[in-house]
Design a protein around this ligand. Structure first.
Ligand SMILES: *Cc1c(COP(=O)(O)O)cnc(C)c1O
Length: 386
């Protein structure tokens, strides 16, 4: 049964203790055993047996089994943040002298890892325009071990042709990893397109309530075992059982929330597209989007996150626009029930360094409020442009 609602509501919940409906939180760091022999046996395999929550915990295991099923993966590993899923996924498959190909406009901390941290260990990176599959393939070198994808990319929402890139990488024995946080497994299953490993920031839609920080990576048993043995065991990026329990609770409604985010985002994007103060809207599933055909090949629907540019070159306008929102909250991250606004310019520490293509770029997260209220809020804020 691979129906997402079966997975989210029933999978591995047939015999919960004391006939409970909600799975218990095993908020325990250690597990005890009745005698020497059994204790010794468990001690030999602490990542698959319940010995110490740094290795495995029943609440964590339940969520891992559900996410693996949703992503059509053999196994999944939950980690303490999306960033740990990114670093573990990449680091598990490289050694000194190796090379990584990564899409430009990837999540900011992915870039920091590849440009600043991994060079210390003599791992190099080439960034590519992911919209051009040939350019991606041309960047492969004999020492390339990993290709890191994020479709759509952060802030710019550019797509990569996952099946085409996965097939080319497979021929060369290069691991493909993709960040699927935006679409979630409700709308996209990269493993079914030939990708090796899929990862998520669980802080976004898996939670749905902006109340946790979490990450997860899913793939073959062999690949997840490698991550578990190496990076997870060595670096100690342990998820807390209560955090995972909150994630499980959030996931009960994932399919319903995604549908609502999608419908509202399309409505708000369509409104913005017609607004005279708006230049361009970057939402992959809009009819006007230049990669719409690829978007329909990759995604069964879209999330609440997209960006657009406003008609101004003036930072003062962007500041007034940002300050004017009454419902959209000014915050980082996304994926909760609330709507958020993030002006891209704000991420550059010195105002004189703001790249011209980021000055007037605005990212929105469309939450679960009535979209009419959100459109009204945007209409008011856009009065400050130009
Ligand atoms: C937020 C985010 C991450 C990082 O996840 P954290 O849980 O914040 O560490 C990774 N990728 C994407 C696309 C994100 O939006």
């Amino acid at each position: 049964m691979d129906d997402p609602t079966f997975i989210l509501h029933h999978l591995h919940e047939g015999d919960l203790p004391n006939h409970a409906v909600s799975p218990p939180i095993f908020q325990t760091s250690i597990f005890s055993y009745p005698g020497y022999e059994e204790f010794r046996e468990v001690l030999r395999d602490e990542s698959h047996r319940f010995l110490y929550t740094r290795g495995l915990n029943p609440t964590v295991l339940l969520a891992e089994q559900k996410i693996a099923a949703l992503e059509k993966a053999e196994e999944a590993k939950i980690l303490s943040s999306g960033v740990s899923a990114i670093s573990h996924g990449i680091m598990a498959f490289v050694k000194a002298g190796d090379h990584v190909v990564c899409v430009e406009d990837c999540y900011g901390w992915t870039r920091t890892l590849l440009s600043s941290y991994l060079p210390r260990f003599n791992v190099s990176v080439t960034y590519v325009d992911g919209t051009d599959s040939d350019a991606v393939i041309r960047a492969f070198k004999p020492e390339t071990r990993v290709i890191y994808l994020e479709s759509p990319s952060s802030l710019t929402f550019k797509l990569q042709d996952l099946p085409v890139i996965a097939a080319a990488a497979k021929e060369r024995h290069i691991k493909t990893i993709t960040d699927n946080t935006w679409a979630t497994p409700i709308f996209c299953n990269p493993l079914s397109m030939g990708i090796d490993l899929v990862l998520h920031s669980g802080s976004k839609y898996f939670s749905g309530a902006s109340d946790i920080v979490a990450g997860v990576i899913a793939g073959s048993r062999e690949d997840i075992e490698r991550i578990r043995r190496q990076e997870f065991s060595q670096l100690g990026t342990v998820p807390d059982p209560f955090m995972v329990w909150l994630m499980l609770r959030g996931m009960r409604t994932l399919h319903i929330r995604m549908k609502a985010h999608y419908e509202s985002a399309l409505r708000v994007a369509a409104f913005l597209e017609k607004h005279p103060k708006v230049e361009r809207v970057f939402y992959p599933l809009l009819d006007s989007y230049d990669q719409r055909e690829l978007a329909r090949k990759l995604f069964r629907g879209g999330s609440g996150l997209f960006s657009f540019t406003v008609r101004t070159r003036n930072l003062a306008d962007i500041k007034k626009f940002t300050d004017a929102f009454r419902l959209f909250k000014r915050a980082v991250s996304w994926g909760g029930y609330e709507s958020l606004v993030f002006p891209a310019a704000i991420a550059t520490p010195r105002e004189e360094d703001i790249p011209p293509d980021r000055l007037n770029l605005i990212r929105l997260h469309i939450g679960l409020e009535n979209p009419d209220l959100l459109i009204e809020d945007l209409e008011g804020a856009l009065k400050h442009i130009g």
